[in-house]
Design a protein around this ligand. Sequence first.
Ligand SMILES: C[S@@+](CC[C@H](N)C(=O)[O-])C[C@H]1O[C@@H](n2cnc3c(N)ncnc32)[C@H](O)[C@@H]1O
Length: 256
Amino acid sequence: MSSLVAAPLKDPGLDSKEARQRKKYMVELFGYQARNYDLHDDLIGLGVHRRWVLDMVRVIKGFMQGRASARMLDLACGTGFVAFNVARQFANIDIDGFDISQEMVAIARERHQKVFRGRKINFWVGDAEVAYREKMYDIITTCFAFRNFANKNLATENVFRALKPGGVFIIQDLTKPEHQPLKGFYLFYMKYILPIIARVLGTERRAPRYLYNSVQLMPKNAEIKRLLESSGFTGVSCKSQTLGIACLIVGYKPEG
Ligand SMILES: C[S@@+](CC[C@H](N)C(=O)[O-])C[C@H]1O[C@@H](n2cnc3c(N)ncnc32)[C@H](O)[C@@H]1O
């Protein structure tokens, strides 16, 4: 008889073969894709991710009510998509971002120099699964990346440690609809149609298969909620976006 309570998500370990292979592939994939990443994202997703990020910005807006300033970290920042969206809307948030791909960070720095020169934004190369700061940030975001972390518990614990008490963690990511027939249609699209579009665009050869697998392996919203709660977060909420193909998950580090 199957248990009614799902088993907690297990990490394979920081030095596991799975984690090492996943990170090696991330570095190769995003190293290859960095120059065209933003264009491909717009073409493949028809720009819908630009609407999803507005949900993230709305949470930040609510969090900033009554605060004079804040410090934010964008985990797995890529080319700076979230960092620049936040910089555009909030003059009173200092922004840091890091990513495991040197090439993605290089593009983020270029864009910073070209478009947001006046703003102090720091980008560096780093791994979300390896502990970084302690009680330093009011806001930590991660967009289209949580799914890629092999050690999701570890990444979440690192976020918890790096947040100040009262700080907020916001996850935006792709997932899959939880019910048929939408789930079937969506996975069919991801498995058979997306690779054709990706081939036309010249996307890295293994990327469509990886995207399909990563969406398949993305835990359900309720499981991510449980993971955050077991790491100490409270007030965790999950929002399904666009018929359940994306999700927004928000949790708070308790005060004091
Ligand atoms: C789909 S991209 C999203 C980039 C950006 N957040 C955005 O919304 O455009 C996923 C990013 O996660 C990064 N990444 C994957 N695993 C990582 C890890 N363990 N630590 C830091 N960055 C990681 C990749 O290098 C890549 O830039």
